[in-house]
Every structure is written in structure tokens, then in C-alpha cells.
Write a protein that binds this ligand. Structure first.
Ligand code: NIG
Ligand code: FE
Length: 407
């Protein structure tokens, strides 16, 4: 019988496992053992098998949950858009700013002007801020380069953030974020560039784990994105979509057609779109930070998603334009307050369902035997507090693969 590397005793465990009620709370006085970075045993301490553990720690009755997962971020970018925030507060719309050459394109200019080192240095504290609140896995999108060189630079910086910190980073190619100035009036030509040149290079160098696009009147049509998705899938890359954020453009249906990992935003998704998502088993990723920052009032169809059994994740969408929010705890709280998720749904949305949105459901997102020992240890009296407080230093410690992780 082999030894354990780590044994946590006197813990209260919210497993968040699928199908469980009440946060999947394990009854009684529980313990959890880790071997080779994975959970090897969970259960009542009275049934603990006799084994040697490299290290045993009594946690004094502290709560543990799966480490949090932020499944939608644009955390690598140059500059900021605080001036646009001021303009929007004066009543100018996001779409009008975009049509006047600002919005995503203003971040594209700043990102193209930044070196890889500058992008890394700017993103690092944001990644650390997420780690400090219990996040062990994040997704990072490109999408502020919109040319071969800068899209690749962004993905390389994202990969480096994963290798030089204890954060596990999954990368997404979002070259189809908006039409770059060089292709103004020729969105089809830009989609061809992505399909024929950028995607093959990115796939060959394994720089991206998925491909995303922005389906909206100010970005790309369903036909253009269908072409891109077909090319991505041919190269073995799963897809996901920024869908129906500002209008119902059939984004959810398109995501479902391509069996997307997730369809994200969904403020304007129709019933038909929800039913399509249910059939495709795609995750609905809700981004309340963008909803709040844009002053949006049209709420995603949460009741319909629930009724149709569509799994719901919650993410920060951290980006300089629509969601300057670098706190998953804040997004969880906003998802409850603005979208009426329950605190339990919100926590599941930032753990188990977020893992599913990244194609990692079998690997992490719950505390179950066989899963990665990504564990958040909290100073809280109940897991419902995690979608209630924000800005409070309640994380006692974060374990990534069973190792104490320094933010
Ligand atoms: O998720 N909707 C498009 N993409 C981002 C916004 C990017 C930006 O405005 O810089 C989003 O909201
Ligand atoms: Fe986004």
C-alpha cells in the first residue's frame, strides 16, 4: 500500500460534486489525503485507513473547497480604457465607441505597441490577485493583437504566466475578436488569414487550447464564425463563443451547432438558443462584470437555462473595456445579485462547471478521489460566504496539485 504525500485532518469539506445538494458537504469529522498531486482518499476520519503520510496537517475545523477556476479572461493586454469608462458614464454607448475606432481597437493599438515583457509584467499582478482569492486555474484569451505577430505574442505571454506562476493557464485564440484596421471592410479576408495562416501556426506550436470568436454586429457574422470554427475543429481545437452579448445574433445556436465547450455572455439569447445549448451540452458562461460595467439591463435567461438543464458557469471576463474586474469572488457575488444565481450555483459555477467549460471536468473542479488536489482552505463559517463577501482576505491557503501555492 503506497504512502500519501499529504494528509489533511480535522477539515470541513464542501466537495461541490455533481448531483449533490448542499454544496456536497461531507458529513462528520473528515479528512482528505493527497498522493502524486491528486486526491487519493476523502472521508470520515474514523474510517481513515492506516497509511504513512509524508506530512499530516490538522486544519482545526477549517473549510476546504475545490480551488476556484476563472474560465473566461482577457487578462493579457496593453494600456487601459478608463477614459472610455468616463465617456460611457456620459452616455456614449460601447457600440458607438467601437464604431469610432475605440473600444477593442484602442486596446489593440496599446497591445501591439507593448513588448512581451511589458505584457507579462502588466498581467502578472492581475494573475496574482486571482490566486490570492483562491483561483488555481484561469483561461486567458488573445484577441488584442489581430495580426499574426501580436496574437502569437499574447498567447506566448499567457503560456509564460502559466509556467512562471503556480496558476494553471489554459489559452484561447480569440483572433476573431474584431476586424483589424488593415482589413477594414474586408472581414472575410481577415477570417481567411486566421484560417489559413494563424490557426495552423498556433495549432502546430500548441499555443492555444481552444478557439473563440465574437459573434455580434460590431464583430463577426455567424457565417464567418462557422468557417473559422470548422477550421479549428479540423485542427483538433475545441471552440467557444462570445454569444448574444449586445443583441440576439443566433450566437447560442451557432455555438451549439459546433458543440462548443461554452457559449459566453448570453444576455440576449432566445429560448431557441437555450434549447440548442441544452442539446449540445455546452456550458453557459455568465459574465456579470461585463453586464454591470456596460450598464446592461437585459438579463441572461437564467430561469430558462436552469429549466433546460444547461450548466451555468461564472467568470470575471477580466478585460480593460467591459469588465475591469480582477476578482472572481466579485463576479460570483454579482451573479447572485444581478442574475439571481444562488450562492451554491455561483460557487459551482466557479469550480465544477467552470472546469467543464474548459474541458477539464474529469480533472478538477470538485473534491473527489482521482481529481487534481487543487484545494482552497478558507477562514469562513460556511461555503455560502464565498459568494457573499468580496474583498475580504478569507483564503487561508491555496494548494495547487497538493502543493502550497504562493501567489
Ligand atoms: O467579453 N465582447 C467582447 N469581448 C470582451 C470585451 C473586450 C473589450 O471591450 O476589450 C467581452 O466583453
Ligand atoms: Fe470576453
Amino acid at each position: 500500500m503506497s504512502d500519501w504525500d499529504l494528509l489533511l485532518t480535522d477539515v470541513r469539506i464542501a466537495t461541490l460534486r455533481g448531483g449533490a445538494t448542499d454544496y456536497g458537504i461531507a458529513e462528520g469529522s473528515t479528512a482528505l489525503a493527497v498522493r502524486d498531486g491528486r486526491i487519493d482518499w476523502i472521508g470520515d476520519s474514523s474510517r481513515l485507513p492506516v497509511r504513512r503520510a509524508g506530512k499530516t496537517r490538522s486544519l482545526g475545523g477549517r473549510w476546504i473547497t475545490p480551488a476556484l477556476i476563472d474560465c473566461h479572461t482577457h487578462i493579457v493586454f496593453g494600456g487601459d480604457r478608463a477614459a472610455e469608462f468616463e465617456q460611457r458614464l456620459q452616455g456614449v454607448s460601447y457600440q458607438d465607441i467601437a464604431r469610432a475606432g475605440g473600444g477593442i481597437l484602442s486596446t489593440v493599438r496599446a497591445t501591439r505597441d507593448a513588448t512581451a515583457e511589458e505584457l507579462f509584467r502588466a498581467a502578472l499582478p492581475r494573475v496574482q490577485a486571482l490566486a490570492r482569492e483562491g483561483v488555481a486555474t484561469i483561461e486567458i484569451k488573445s484577441g488584442y493583437g489581430l495580426d499574426l505577430e501580436t496574437e502569437i505574442r499574447m498567447l506566448e505571454v499567457a503560456r509564460r504566466l502559466g509556467t512562471e506562476t503556480s496558476m494553471d493557464v489554459r489559452t484561447t485564440l480569440l483572433a476573431a475578436h474584431t476586424v483589424p484596421p488593415e482589413y477594414a471592410g474586408n472581414a472575410d479576408g481577415y477570417i481567411d488569414l486566421i484560417c489559413n495562416e494563424l490557426l495552423p501556426q498556433v495549432a502546430e506550436r500548441k499555443l492555444a487550447d481552444a478557439v473563440d470568436a465574437y459573434c455580434e454586429s460590431i464583430a463577426f457574422s455567424t457565417a464567418q464564425i462557422a468557417k473559422l470554427f470548422a477550421a479549428a475543429i479540423k485542427l483538433g481545437l475545441p471552440v467557444k463563443l462570445h454569444a448574444d452579448q449586445l443583441s440576439d445574433g443566433g450566437g447560442a445556436e451557432l455555438a451549439a451547432e459546433f458543440k462548443a465547450l461554452s457559449a459566453d455572455h448570453l444576455e440576449y439569447t432566445s429560448r431557441k438558443g437555450v434549447r440548442a445549448l441544452a442539446a449540445s451540452k455546452s456550458v453557459a458562461v455568465l459574465l456579470p462584470g461585463a453586464f454591470l460595467t456596460l450598464g446592461e439591463t437585459h438579463v441572461p435567461p437564467v430561469g430558462e437555462l436552469r429549466a433546460n438543464g444547461v450548466p451555468i458557469a461564472v467568470a470575471t471576463d477580466c478585460n480593460p473595456g467591459t469588465s475591469p474586474i480582477c476578482s472572481l469572488r466579485t463576479a460570483m457575488m454579482l451573479a447572485c445579485r444581478l442574475f439571481r444565481l444562488t450562492p451554491e450555483e455561483s460557487l459551482a459555477g466557479a469550480t465544477r462547471i467552470a472546469a467543464q467549460a474548459l474541458g477539464l471536468a474529469d480533472d478538477r473542479g470538485t473534491l473527489e478521489v482521482g481529481k487534481r488536489a487543487d484545494i482552497a482552505i478558507w477562514n469562513i463559517s460556511h461555503p455560502r460566504e464565498l459568494a457573499y463577501w468580496t474583498g475580504t482576505p478569507q483564503l487561508a491557503e491555496l494548494l495547487a496539485g497538493g502543493q502550497t501555492s504562493a501567489p
